[in-house]
Design a protein around this ligand. Structure first.
Ligand code: GLU
Length: 325
């Protein structure tokens, strides 16, 4: 095992792939960055398989991802967990929120929501998410429950102090959540008006990513989240949920995305190719591409062993990102 240092700190980081296909160049960047950060902090690095959306999962992709990570020298410090086996924790969290009236049942179909937006004059605009119009906040009016939603505005109004190393803050003037990303710097999002009451459990019974990720980061005592920049927008939602569930807020770092030649994000949905992990040389080449995307030096890596290349990148990572957090 490539164990550069025995974990000695309370740092816990994680890589949380959805097993929708094998690792591709983009997901390897998030995997490598989270591993490097854990090693640079002499902390633990965990892997969590986020398989709560079965229609999107590919059979066998979980084992394949774990094998590909191991071939690249990225081995978790604890046995990986599978979200599909942790649904009782998500249920408990939902019950806790329902009991505090920070979650409520929703009977709306997609069509109901569209019609409510029309009535409110909220036209569809490209790249602009419209918040849930609030139809079921006052109860289901005899209709059957389909989904469960988080009462964002109510939680925001309660605005308890945040717990954790990188506590965000509220901008009292406009109700925005202000937080710091280790790479992107100061961030803010108007959760009430731009996000609204988001889904915790979907109409098809599946758990929403937001709830599952917050519960698991909390239960696994994740202190530092390092993941792709495409997830930045989700962070304020997750912080508010952490606060509502009494969980500590981790420190966040969102990594640069690997883009295709046409500028689109590299993703499994767009047919990104699996990385080649068939030989140590192929693994080193895939890791070097990921390291380059993270701005780490790769010029003198070709003659190094996988372990030596990783050790070099841990040093470089420490110099780039280890600031105060
Ligand atoms: N499962 C998510 C994905 O593969 C990542 C979740 C996270 O890191 O918070 O995109």
């Amino acid at each position: 095992m490539t164990r550069l240092q025995t974990p000695t700190s309370s740092y816990a980081g994680r890589f949380a792939p959805s097993p929708t296909g094998p690792l591709h160049a983009g997901s390897l960047v998030a995997a490598l960055a989270s591993w490097l950060d854990a090693r640079a902090h002499q902390g633990r690095w965990l892997v969590r398989i986020e398989d709560i959306d079965p229609p999107r999962c590919m059979a066998g992709a979980d084992d394949l991802i774990l094998q590909q990570l191991a071939a690249c020298g990225l081995r978790p410090d604890e046995t990986p967990v599978w979200q599909s086996r942790r649904c009782s924790f998500y249920e408990q969290a939902l019950q806790q929120l329902l009991a505090r009236r920070l979650a409520y049942a929703c009977a709306c179909t997609r069509r109901d929501i569209e019609m409510a937006w029309e009535r409110l004059g909220m036209e569809r605009q490209r790249h602009v998410e419209r918040p849930y119009p609030g139809t079921c906040r006052a109860g289901l009016q005899g209709r059957p429950a389909r989904a469960w939603r988080f009462a964002t505005e109510k939680a925001a109004r309660q605005a308890l102090p945040f717990d954790g190393q990188a506590a965000p803050a509220w901008d009292a003037a406009d109700g925005s959540l202000l937080w710091q990303d280790r790479r992107l710097g100061a961030q803010s999002q108007d959760l009430v008006h731009s996000v609204g009451d988001f889904v915790l459990r979907r109409a098809d019974g599946l758990w929403a990513y937001q709830l599952a990720v917050v519960v698991d980061d909390g239960l696994q005592q994740i202190s530092h989240v390092v993941r792709g920049e495409d997830l930045t927008d989700n962070t304020p939602r997750q912080m508010l949920l952490q606060q509502a569930l009494g969980l500590a807020t981790p420190v966040y770092l969102h990594t640069p995305l690997v883009r295709r030649a046409d500028g689109e994000k590299l993703s499994k949905q767009h047919g990104a190719r699996s990385i080649d992990t068939s030989t140590p040389q192929a693994c080193r080449a895939a890791l070097a591409a990921a390291a380059a995307a993270l701005g780490l030096p790769v010029a003198d890596c070709t003659h190094k062993s996988l372990a030596d290349a990783l050790a070099l990148w841990v040093q470089a990572w420490r110099a780039n990102y280890n600031h105060a957090l």
